[in-house]
Design a protein around this ligand. Structure first.
Ligand code: 5AD
Ligand code: SF4
Length: 429
């Protein structure tokens, strides 16, 4: 989401007449787009700002801006911690960025955009996309949930859905300019609701984007189990342009911990959604997020998470140690898990998941997959692509195409080997 925010900010500024440069040294304005989802990401921002300040006075004459979630969260405190910063703005204020730059140019020393009071999504036609074949489209911004550990509702504000007309128009425009893969984005795409009288829900929008001529793959992220309805699986089953991959973060396998996290579902309710996917006509890859060491997580709770991994057999997993975030409800909880114990649990989760992925990927040997080609590694003479189920597949290809010709195309590949994180194979056309 942050990467796509950068694409939108860059596009908006280019439209205003600014030019993007290759290095920080060449820039007059330096924008840091920041993430504060976990504490490490936040630390990095200040380290980088400090580093730049110190390095040989290279920051002299430049104007620094901090945008994104750390900007929203820390607000004007950033000016104290990093006095060379001139602009601080959260994502809900991005529509005002050109105007804020004008304020700087007309002599204002410090400009802020920190209001979360907006019912508008940052809907711009000027996005400057990094990838010529795969494109992100934001369908909903912000989040109305209040998971006890999560800073997002405080940094990205309340939910705002874009109109389905604007999303469809963007999808058609992308298809017309050669894009074949689209990823629909939102903190919780499942609670998408068209604000216009068309009134589409998420499943309808997903299906319609998957019928845009020229679009061959549609992905979406991220889903919240509470709002994840069976209709989403039904449209994936009936529309082959929708990728057969669902990222459905569970966070914990213990209903007790889920309740403490205010996730609004139990383990059984989550597993019901998993059974919809396991019973689908198309094989659907399922991935998830796990937090270990949430306050009060006992060894028994943790074992329930491990048992859930055994039961679901995820195709991929992102796992994190719980970290305290400003303003969140979990700050009030006692019974904090020591750092070493969090690290131990994280290692146990990651080792279990690695073994699951090795087995899953080994089972795919001998199958044929369609990959969207993403790159070529010249020294290894290997192509890399991604399957509809979102697995990386590295493959040999006998054809004489150049990377310019083959990247972005779809190739049939026979899987010959499976590793923990990727597959290897050979093209069959
Ligand atoms: N500590 C650890 N992990 C977190 N996540 C969100 N907030 C925290 C936190 N305070 C994880 C969740 C979420 C993913 C994007 O980041 O697993 O799904
Ligand atoms: Fe954070 Fe929960 Fe919203 Fe996801 S659904 S962004 S975890 S508050």
């Amino acid at each position: 989401m942050n990467a796509h925010d950068s694409e939108k900010v860059i596009g908006t500024l280019i439209h205003e007449g600014y030019r993007q440069v290759d290095t920080v040294e060449d820039a007059h304005y330096v924008f840091y787009n920041t993430c504060s989802i976990r504490d490490k990401a936040e630390q990095k921002v200040f380290n980088r700002l400090q580093h730049f300040r110190r390095s040989d006075g290279a920051g002299r004459g430049k104007v620094f801006a901090v945008i994104g979630c750390v900007a929203q969260q820390e607000g004007e405190k950033i000016f104290e911690r990093a006095p060379h910063v001139s602009l601080v703005a959260g994502s809900a204020s991005y529509t005002r960025l050109p105007e804020m730059l004008v304020q700087l140019e007309t002599g204002n020393k410090r400009v802020t955009g920190l209001s979360l009071d907006t019912d508008q999504a940052f809907d711009t036609p000027f996005t400057r996309r990094d990838n010529p074949h795969r494109a992100y489209i934001t369908i909903i911004e912000g989040c109305d949930k209040s998971c006890a550990y999560c800073v997002v509702p405080f940094t990205r504000g309340p939910e705002r859905s874009r109109t389905s007309a604007s999303v469809m128009e963007e999808a058609k425009r992308l298809a017309d300019s050669g894009y074949t893969e689209i990823q629909l984005l939102g903190q919780n795409v499942n609670s998408y609701r068209d604000p216009s009288c068309t009134g589409w829900d998420f499943a309808t929008l997903l299906d319609r984007v998957g019928t845009v001529p020229g679009i061959r793959r549609v992905r979406f992220t991220t889903s919240h189990p509470r709002d994840f309805v069976k209709e989403i699986i039904d449209v994936i089953d009936s529309n082959p342009n929708l990728c057969n991959h669902v990222h459905l973060p569970v966070q914990s396998g213990s209903s007790r911990v889920l309740s403490g996290m205010q996730r609004l579902y139990t383990r059984d309710q989550y597993m019901e959604r998993i059974s919809w996917m396991k019973n689908a006509r198309r094989p659907i890859a399922i991935t998830s997020d796990i937090i270990v060491g949430f306050p009060g997580e006992t060894e028994k709770d943790f074992e329930e998470t491990l048992a859930l991994l055994d039961e679901v057999q995820y195709d991929g997993l992102f796992s994190f140690k719980y970290s305290q975030r400003p303003n969140t409800a979990a700050l009030q909880l006692s019974d904090h898990i020591p750092e070493e114990e969090k690290s131990r649990r994280l290692t146990v989760v990651q080792e279990k998941q690695r073994a699951i992925q090795i087995r899953q990927n080994a089972n795919l040997v001998g199958t044929q997959e369609e990959v969207n080609v993403e790159g070529y590694h010249a020294t290894l003479n290997l192509w890399a692509g991604r399957t509809s189920r979102n697995r990386t597949l590295n493959f040999t290809h006998a054809g004489s195409e150049t990377p310019e010709e083959l990247v972005g195309k779809y190739v049939q590949v026979r899987v010959t080997r499976g590793g923990p994180n990727s597959l290897a194979g050979e093209s069959v056309n």
